[in-house]
Design a protein around this ligand. Structure first.
Ligand SMILES: Nc1nc2c(ncn2[C@@H]2O[C@H](COP(=O)(O)OP(=O)(O)OP(=O)(O)O)[C@@H](O)[C@H]2O)c(=O)[nH]1
Ligand SMILES: [Mg+2]
Length: 203
């Protein structure tokens, strides 16, 4: 018991940004991770900050999540969240092909513009609404397949591709375990002193 407590006292805070098109399930992902109930009605987010707990290798981490809006008018707000985040979680819904295309055509470019370059940060690609993919619902026409998701992850250089559902909770812990592992890996790769000065000057 003592050993377990001691092991869990390590860890710390890891920060991530959750981005993607409107209605893909960004807020639901954060709420499910926090074991909160999903709201009955959809409320569009402008900006929120949540925190959830995740164990990795016996260490307890707090994951701080920036939940943002996809609206173009709020790019400034997203620039702030990109800067404050160690890992970027980019989401699309398997039910919404436009949200899948947006990752390549919009989000990837925004990430390249504000996140990559001198401060390369790990990206995790997440597919949401997978509980609805195999339903014979006439409204769900041609959902995005797993292999299409894997291909997109490769194309944008994502560290990891994970399919999830905020309803069944499938994949949700795995996403945040990977957020932590990517952040830890990135911290180990810290640039040397001169590089740090140059990147600060470039900000
Ligand atoms: N079946 C199912 N419904 C989901 C899932 N994730 C989200 N939803 C539903 O999809 C709708 C949109 O979810 P939100 O989490 O509000 O989406 P969002 O990306 O935060 O939306 P914005 O804040 O407007 O950008 C809500 O009605 C959710 O209940 C999922 O994995 N499965
Ligand atoms: Mg939201």
């Amino acid at each position: 018991m003592m050993m377990e407590l001691k092991a869990q006292s390590k860890g710390g805070i890891v920060t991530c940004a959750i981005i993607g098109d409107e209605m893909v399930g960004k807020t639901s992902l954060a709420l499910t991770f926090m074991k909160e109930k999903l709201p009955d009605n959809h409320v569009s987010t402008v900006f929120d900050n949540f925190a959830g707990i995740q164990l990795v290798a016996g260490n307890k981490y707090t994951v701080s999540m920036f939940d943002t809006t996809s609206q173009q008018d709020y790019e400034e707000l997203r620039i702030f969240t990109y800067k404050e985040s160690e890992v970027i979680v980019v989401c699309y819904s398997v039910l919404d092909r436009d949200s899948y295309s947006s990752v390549r055509e919009y989000w990837f470019h925004e990430i390249l513009k504000y996140v990559r370059g001198s401060h390369k940060k790990p990206v995790i690609l997440v597919a949401t609404h997978t509980d609805q993919r195999n339903k014979s619902d006439p409204n769900v026409d041609n959902p995005v397949s797993t292999s299409e998701g894997e291909q997109l992850a490769k194309d944008i250089g994502a560290e990891k591709f994970i399919e999830c559902s905020a309803v069944t909770r499938k994949g949700v812990s795995e996403i945040f375990e990977n957020v932590i592992m990517c952040a830890m890996k990135q911290r180990k790769k810290k640039p040397n002193f001169l590089k740090q000065i140059f990147s600060k000057l470039a900000e």
